[in-house]
Design a protein around this ligand. Structure first.
Ligand SMILES: [Zn+2]
Length: 184
């Protein structure tokens, strides 16, 4: 099946971020407007909110979607975040959790060192600058006299969506539980 996509004139609009909700309205992911429109044309999603702009081609004119909901429930652990270097640094705001430095490159520190039974887990891994990581070495923060800025824990995916919300994405806020729905 050939999908009559709006043309490249609308290229920048087609890259606009779209919030994708599961069939039960839980926030699931962010995709491009281009992908959202494809799913819309294939009748796989319902449109819950649009941006003000429209995209058009000779054969089709479509409101630029902002929030969409899939029609068939997708089994998906929607609030889990993969444990990896990038996501640990993102959770920690790109800041060394010992001294607050943003000196790059940040390393990943095992709070309880791995060789002493420390796990690869959200509550035992933190972003640390190289000097802090070296200073701490094979010790716990207490032994090294270093203090964590905050207790590390598993992040919630909602934080990831919050980062996207800006003036263009006011429509997203109720769906991310950032404010109540307005009842007309
Ligand atoms: Zn540091």
């Amino acid at each position: 099946m050939k999908i009559p996509m709006p043309n490249a004139v609308n290229g920048h609009l087609l890259n606009r971020a779209v919030l994708v909700l599961n069939a039960n309205y839980s926030p699931m992911m962010i995709c491009t407007a281009k992908r959202a429109i494809c799913m819309q044309i294939l009748n796989k999603v319902d449109i819950l909110a649009n941006y003000k702009e429209k995209v058009s081609s000779p054969s089709i004119k479509i409101n630029l979607p902002s929030v969409i909901k899939v029609r068939d429930f997708i089994r998906y652990d929607n609030l889990s975040v993969d444990l990896n270097r990038k996501n640990i640094i993102s959770r920690d705001g790109g800041v060394c959790q010992y001294c607050g430095s943003i000196a790059l490159p940040l390393t990943i520190d095992h709070v309880l060192p791995k060789g002493r039974g420390g796990q690869d887990s959200w509550d035992n891994l933190v972003a640390a600058c190289k000097p802090c990581n070296q200073k701490k070495g094979y010790r716990t923060p207490e032994e090294a006299g270093m203090h964590l800025k905050r207790k590390p824990k598993r992040p919630n995916r909602l934080h990831y969506f919050y980062k996207y919300v800006n003036n263009q994405q006011q429509e997203w806020r109720p769906y991310l539980f950032m404010e109540p729905f307005k009842i007309n």
